[in-house]
Design a binder for this molecule. Sequence first.
Ligand SMILES: Nc1ncnc2c1ncn2[C@@H]1O[C@H](COP(=O)(O)OP(=O)(O)O)[C@@H](O)[C@H]1O
Ligand SMILES: Cc1cn([C@H]2C[C@H](O)[C@@H](COP(=O)(O)OP(=O)(O)O)O2)c(=O)[nH]c1=O
Length: 219
Amino acid sequence: MPAAGLFFTFEGIDGAGKSTHIAALADAFTAEGRVVTLTREPGGTPLAEKLRELVLNDAMDPLSEALLMFAARRDHLQQVIEPALARGEVVLCDRFTDATFAYQGSGRGFDLNVLRQLENWVQARPDSPQIRQPDLTVWFDLPPEVAAQRLVAARMPDRFESQPQAFFERVASGYAQRMQASPERFARIASDLPREAVWQQVRQAFEQRNWLPPEGGRA
Ligand SMILES: Nc1ncnc2c1ncn2[C@@H]1O[C@H](COP(=O)(O)OP(=O)(O)O)[C@@H](O)[C@H]1O
Ligand SMILES: Cc1cn([C@H]2C[C@H](O)[C@@H](COP(=O)(O)OP(=O)(O)O)O2)c(=O)[nH]c1=O
C-alpha cells in the first residue's frame, strides 16, 4: 500500500528558527525514502508568490491582508498541497493558517470569527466533511526580544518584520491561543536554546508520533 500523505506546518514569530530546521526535517524524511514537498506561505505557486510580493510590501487594510493570505492559500492548497498529499508525499509548509490567526487576528486585531469562516471555506475538501488541517504544527516559541536580536544580524526586515516588539507579543499570544484550541495538533518547541537542542525537540516530536524512527535506531 502506498504511504499516506502527511501535512506538516511550521509556525512562530519572524526569526524564531523555522527555516533552520525545516531543511533538516526534509533530509530526515528523504532518508526514510519519502518524497518531500517543501513549500511556504504566503506563496508556493506562481499566483500565490505574486500575492506574497504584494502583501509583504504594499500597505493595505487588515481585511485586504487577510483576504490575500487566504486567496494565496486556496491556490496553494489546490495546486500543490492536495495533489502532493494525494500522491502520498510529505508536505512541509513554512507557515499556514495559524499564521493568519496570529498575525492578522491577534497581531492586527482583525475579527477572529471572520478568519474562522475563511478557514472553513478555503480549507474545505470535496471528499470529506472535515476541513484540511495539518497532521502536526510545529510551533517555534521564542521570546520576541530574542527573535529581534537574531534578525538584526540576519536580514532586511519586510512589512511584518519591521513591526514593534508589542506586535510580536500579540502574535505569540495568538499562536498560544491556537495551540490551546487544538492541543493535539501542535508540538511546542522551546526555541530559546542552541540549534542542536532545538533540533532534538523537533526530531522527537516526529519520533513520538511514529513519523520518524529513533535517530540512530536503524540497522
Ligand atoms: N537556536 C538558534 N540559536 C541562535 N540563532 C539561531 C538559532 N536558530 C536559528 N538562528 C538564527 O536566527 C536567524 C533566524 O532564523 P530562521 O531560521 O531564519 O528563522 P525563521 O525562519 O523562523 O524566520 C538566522 O540567522 C538563524 O541562523
Ligand atoms: C502565512 C502568513 C504569513 N504572514 C507573515 C508572517 C511573516 O512576517 C511573513 C512572511 O513569512 P515567512 O515566509 O516566514 O518570511 P521569511 O521567509 O522572511 O521568514 O508573512 C502573515 O502575516 N499571515 C499569514 O497568513
